[in-house]
Structure formats: structure tokens, C-alpha cells
Design a protein around this ligand. Structure first.
Ligand code: HEM
Length: 446
């Protein structure tokens, strides 16, 4: 087959498309895909990057031809925070860790986390005063952080949550900046940003090591949670356990990957619901019909379909993971083009989820679209909030269950509205997609 010509937006002589991308990554990518089609060539300085926006090609990268790729630069840079954990590692080592951790995330296992999720949600809203203004984005971060720590590591955070959130924020911004830059200033050079990052990493390390130490010291080290499994794991070949450092990397990975994305999803959900009173009304009716006035449990979830579809529609419009990146390791043909080792591939959920070819009225919030057969009618990778293939999100069921239970717990008791005045609510893609400058809302008792 002859090679197809791949085009892309014209960039500047040295930096290429980098500054246009940085200015507004989401709209830049969306426009590039609209104008140049399934495969777009981009250049960030000397780095060549291809944006792929055809669902069948995305499937090839993530599933059928995945052996020709490794994770992209962003996740390689993320090793500075999460080390060689399941999110960033590759090959056999990744497979072993994934097999080990998978049971903690199976659908039948996570049912046991439902009560904790609801209990923590109730604890949060019991602090809300009728009519007060809350920084909802912060409330959601603290809530999901407490839930992941309790369910996976069986403990509560006793360090100041503000310090932890600040440290994570510094870490993610650092990773995001380094991921899209083409000059790599080594971490060891004491620039302001490197120093801030080092401090943040130390704060997080202290938290994680204290979680591990506390468990090692406790009488019943085996409590059946993820941390117990990590500590008890033995290599099939030589019977050795994980070093403290390996356990630290996995705990840090789940600590961060397991709360940031869900917190942002919940913030976007509450924002969207406040903008759409007709959807809010429908949600209230469903809650009333299914629960009467009682507390929600996981066993109610099959009947709370509208609530769940609100979460799916939020993940479509504001996908917390807004792009997935890969780097070519072995030459491979996709869509009539041969990709070379070292080249980068980007696939954006934000771009795909707003494509009118697959979604009518793509910028509108319509949870009902998920009620029918939509996902069977469109190509599999036109909608992929959790990725796909062997690196699909390990926490996908956990996340949907948590987001739905928290949404129902909040909506049953409170109505939220955007604080007035409020800066325009815009998505900011910093590793995950979050509301820029946070989300302030008035919480009114129902
Ligand atoms: C709405 C919430 C979430 C979204 C949108 C999301 C999205 C994603 C996506 C797109 C990937 C694939 C990345 C890639 O292929 O490069 C991923 C991987 C991962 N996610 Fe999630 N995630 C969410 C919640 C969670 C939760 C709750 C956990 C843990 C409890 C979690 C843990 C992980 C881990 C460990 C990986 C790496 C898996 C591997 O490489 O084997 N995520 N997530």
C-alpha cells in the first residue's frame, strides 16, 4: 500500500505547534482533527506527534497493535511522582503487577466498598450549611481522597488534607508542564519549579510511607484490602516480596490515580446538573421512586440508571482523562501510514466525544442519549473515557460506582447552584481535566 500524506496545522519555525497547543489544548486539537482528519501531524520543537481521531485506528493503537507502543512521554515524566507503579511500568513487570492488583478491583469485590463511599458522602454533606457557598471542587477532592485511602489501604488520612492536595496539585502541574515541553531541565537542577516539586514529593512520600508503616506495625497485617495484598505478594519464580519502594510506588499510584479523576468527574457532574434543572428534576424523581427517603446502597444501582447516565454523559463532555499518549517502539502501519520508533501518538477523548459523526448535538448535555443502544451503534473507540486494551483503567467500575453513589447521596438532600458571580467555568487540562480555578457553588437543602 502506498503511504498516505499526513498533514497538520502550520507551526512556527522552531517551536512548531507547541504554543498554539499550550494556549488552548482542547480547542486546538478539536480544530486540528476537524480540519485535517483522522491522522494529523503536529510538531512540538523537535518532537513529532500524531493526533489520531479515527476510532478504528485508536483500537489498533490500544488493542490489536498495542505491542508496538509504550506509554507516552507524559506518563514517563509522571514516574517522578508515582515511580514504577502499575500506571507507568511496562512489559512483564506491568503484567505481573496488574495481575496481582486486579482482584481488588473486580466488580464482585468492589461491592464491599459501597457502604464506605456512602458513609463518607453523608459525612461531607452533614457539614454543609443550608445556603452556604462551598468550594465544591475541593470538597470532591477531599471526599474521593478519603474514600480511596479507606477502601484500598484501610486507613484515614491524619495529615492536613490541604497540604496533601497542594502537594498533588504541584506534582500534576509539574508533570503536565514537563510532558509538553521539549527542553528537559534535569530534576536535580534547583530551579524554582524543581524545588517546589521536590518539596511536594517529600510531603506525599511521608504520607504514603506512614500508611505502609502503620500497617506493617499493626497486629493483623492481612485485612483483605489492596495494601495487604501488596505486602503479602510473593514472586512466583523466586518467592521474594516487594521492596518497600515497590509498595510505595503502587500505593502512590492508586492514591493519586484513584481519586483525582473521580473528583473532577463529580465536580463536572454537579456543575452540569446545576445548569440543567430538567435533568435535575428527572434525577430527583428517580431517587424518590427507588429510595423513598432511605440511604442508597450498591444494591440500588441497577435501578438508578438515570443517575448513572448522568455520569456517562459527564464523562463524554468533560472526560477526566482527556487524552491518551503512546510512543512507537517498533515500526507499525496504521491507516496507511507507517509510524517510526520514537514518534508520539495522541488520542483525545475530548475530541472524539464531541464529534458530531457519533453524537448528535455533541456539545449539549443529554444524559438520555445513553439510555438506548448508543454504545452498540457507534464504533467502540468513539467513546473511551477509561481507555482500552490491556492498559484499560483498572478502577473503571470502582469510579462509576463511586460517582453514582455520591451523586445520589448529594442530590437526595441538596440542590446546588453556581455561586454568583463566578468566573466562566472552563475546562483546564492539567493531566486530568478540571474546572479552571475551582468550582464555587451554593448548597441549598431540599
Ligand atoms: C472517572 C474516573 C476515572 C477515569 C476517567 C480514569 C481514566 C483512566 C484512563 C483513560 C486510563 C488509561 C490510561 C492509558 O491507557 O494511558 C486509566 C488507567 C488507570 N487508572 Fe483510571 N480513571 C478513573 C478512575 C480510576 C480509579 C478510581 C482508579 C483506582 C481506584 C484508577 C486507577 C487507574 C490505574 C491504576 C490505571 C493504570 C492501569 C494500567 O496501566 O494497567 N482510575 N484510567
Amino acid at each position: 500500500m502506498s503511504e498516505i500524506e499526513i498533514l497538520g496545522p502550520k507551526g512556527l519555525p522552531i517551536t512548531g505547534n507547541l504554543f498554539a497547543f499550550r494556549k488552548n489544548p482542547l480547542e486546538f486539537l478539536r480544530r486540528a482533527a476537524e480540519e485535517y482528519g483522522d491522522i494529523v501531524h503536529l510538531r512540538f520543537g523537535p518532537r513529532h506527534l500524531y493526533l489520531i481521531s479515527n476510532p478504528d485506528y485508536i483500537k489498533e493503537v490500544l488493542v490489536t497493535k498495542q505491542a508496538h507502543f509504550k506509554k507516552g512521554k507524559g506518563l514517563q515524566v509522571a514516574k517522578a511522582v508515582v515511580g514504577e507503579g502499575i500506571l507507568t511500568s511496562e512489559g512483564k513487570f506491568h503484567m505481573r503487577q496488574r495481575r496481582l492488583m486486579q482482584p481488588s478491583f473486580r466488580q464482585d469485590h468492589i461491592v464491599s466498598y459501597g457502604d464506605t463511599m456512602v458513609e463518607y458522602g453523608e459525612k461531607l454533606i452533614s457539614k454543609w450549611k443550608d445556603g452556604e457557598e462551598r468550594l465544591i471542587s475541593k470538597d470532591m477532592m477531599e471526599l474521593t481522597l478519603s474514600i480511596i485511602t479507606k477502601t484500598m489501604f484501610g486507613t484515614s488520612i491524619n495529615k492536613n488534607l490541604n497540604d496533601i492536595e497542594h502537594a498533588i496539585d504541584v506534582g500534576l502541574k509539574y508533570v503536565s508542564r514537563r510532558a509538553s515541553s521539549f527542553i528537559d531541565i534535569p530534576e536535580s537542577i534547583p530551579t524554582k519549579s524543581n524545588r517546589e516539586f521536590k518539596e511536594a514529593a517529600e510531603t506525599l512520600d511521608k504520607v504514603i510511607f506512614s500508611i505502609i508503616e502503620e500497617r506493617r506495625k499493626s497486629e493483623d497485617e492481612n485485612r483483605g484490602d489492596l495494601l495487604s495484598m501488596l505486602l503479602a505478594a510473593r514472586d512466583e519464580d523466586d518467592g521474594t516480596g516487594m521492596t518497600d519502594h515497590q509498595v510505595r510506588d503502587e500505593v502512590m499510584t492508586i492514591f493519586i490515580a484513584g481519586h483525582e479523576t473521580t473528583a473532577n468527574t463529580l465536580s463536572w457532574t454537579l456543575y452540569l446538573l446545576a445548569q440543567h434543572p430538567e435533568a435535575e428534576q428527572k434525577l430527583w424523581s428517580e431517587i424518590e421512586q427507588v429510595l423513598g427517603g432511605r440511604k442508597v446502597t450498591v444494591h440500588d444501582l441497577p435501578k438508578l440508571k438515570y443517575a448513572e447516565n448522568i455520569i456517562w454523559e459527564t464523562l463524554r463532555l468533560y472526560p477526566a482523562a482527556w487524552a491518551i499518549n503512546r510512543e512507537v517502539t517498533d515500526e507499525i502501519e496504521i491507516g496507511g501510514h507507517t509510524f517510526k520508533p520514537g514518534e508520539s501518538i495522541m488520542m483525545s477523548q475530548y475530541v472524539m466525544h464531541r464529534n458530531p459523526k457519533y453524537f448528535d448535538n455533541p456539545d449539549a448535555f443529554i444524559p438520555e442519549r445513553f439510555a438506548g443502544n448508543l454504545l452498540k451503534e457507534i464504533p467502540q473507540f468513539a467513546f473511551f473515557p477509561f481507555g482500552g486494551g490491556p492498559r484499560v483503567c483498572i478502577g473503571n467500575h470502582f469510579a462509576i460506582m463511586e460517582a453514582t453513589l455520591i451523586l445520589v447521596t448529594i442530590a437526595q438532600k441538596f440542590q446546588l447552584r453556581l455561586a454568583d458571580p463566578h468566573n466562566p467555568v472552563e475546562p483546564e487540562p492539567v493531566v486530568t481535566l478540571r474546572p479552571k480555578n475551582g468550582l464555587r457553588m451554593i448548597v441549598k437543602k431540599r
